[in-house]
Design a protein around this ligand. Structure first.
Ligand code: PRP
Ligand code: URA
Length: 208
């Protein structure tokens, strides 16, 4: 399992802006999308390519294209939708498989309420999108659903992750690679990441 914390100045800068207490909905959305784009760049670095020949301006040229083309982007509702546009900017042909989960505020357990997957899940790399990996419950539940549908290659993209959630993921799904803008310090007593971003879903949707 690879845990990749993106150590790039643009990511650090944008994450700093995302952490500001009074950030507007518009700015949070734009920055979440921009960081998602940068995470996608890293998360797709191992994609295989194959050579083919085109007619260039001065004759035939060997160029490369992505081999296989099979990616499905998996936003976890709601907050994962806030990363989707950024990811699709770079992988415009990706199919979208949606998972609906919310975290029970008392128990912190994930409660599934929706699932709609694209075809041929066994042949695709799934990119799970969620701004927050806190206790890890939502990610683990999503990975369980994807594996049940036949998925064999799963990666997760997060803005912020807590060490507690990463540890739980390593114990349950050691085959999943995750790409995060920052691994923060810890969870508080209510399961929120510190220093974190607060409630990412509320910030993206302008609720509360
Ligand atoms: C948040 C977040 C993750 C989950 C992380 O969603 O977007 O899905 O909590 O917590 P966990 O790692 O402890 O499971 P939330 O349940 O608040 O729903 P929302 O996206 O609808 O706001
Ligand atoms: N969900 C959030 O939106 N933020 C956290 O810090 C933890 C879970």
């Amino acid at each position: 399992m690879a845990i990749v914390e993106i150590n790039h100045p643009l990511v650090k800068h944008k994450l700093g802006l995302l952490r500001e207490k009074d950030i507007s909905t518009k700015n949070f959305r734009e920055l979440a999308s921009e960081v998602a784009r940068l995470l996608t760049y890293e998360a797709t670095a191992d994609m295989e390519t194959e050579a083919y020949t085109i007619q260039g301006w001065n004759g035939p040229v060997r160029v490369e294209q992505i081999k296989g083309k099979k990616v499905t982007v998996v936003p976890i509702l709601r907050a994962g939708l806030g990363m989707m546009d950024g990811v699709l900017d770079l992988i415009p042909g990706a199919k979208v498989s949606v998972v609906g989960l919310y975290r029970d505020e008392e128990t912190l357990q994930p409660v599934p309420y929706f699932q709609k997957f694209t075809s041929n899940m066994a042949d695709r790399t799934a990119l799970i999108l969620d701004p927050m990996l806190a206790t890890g419950g939502s990610l683990i539940a999503c990975a369980d659903m994807l594996k049940k549908a036949g998925c064999r290659k799963i990666k997760g993209l997060f803005l912020v992750a807590a060490p507690e959630g990463i540890e739980k993921l390593q114990a349950t799904h050691p085959d999943i690679d995750i790409f995060v803008a920052a691994i923060d310090e810890r969870l508080n007593e209510n399961g929120y990441i510190l220093p974190g971003l607060g409630d990412a879903g509320d910030k993206i949707f302008g609720t509360k």
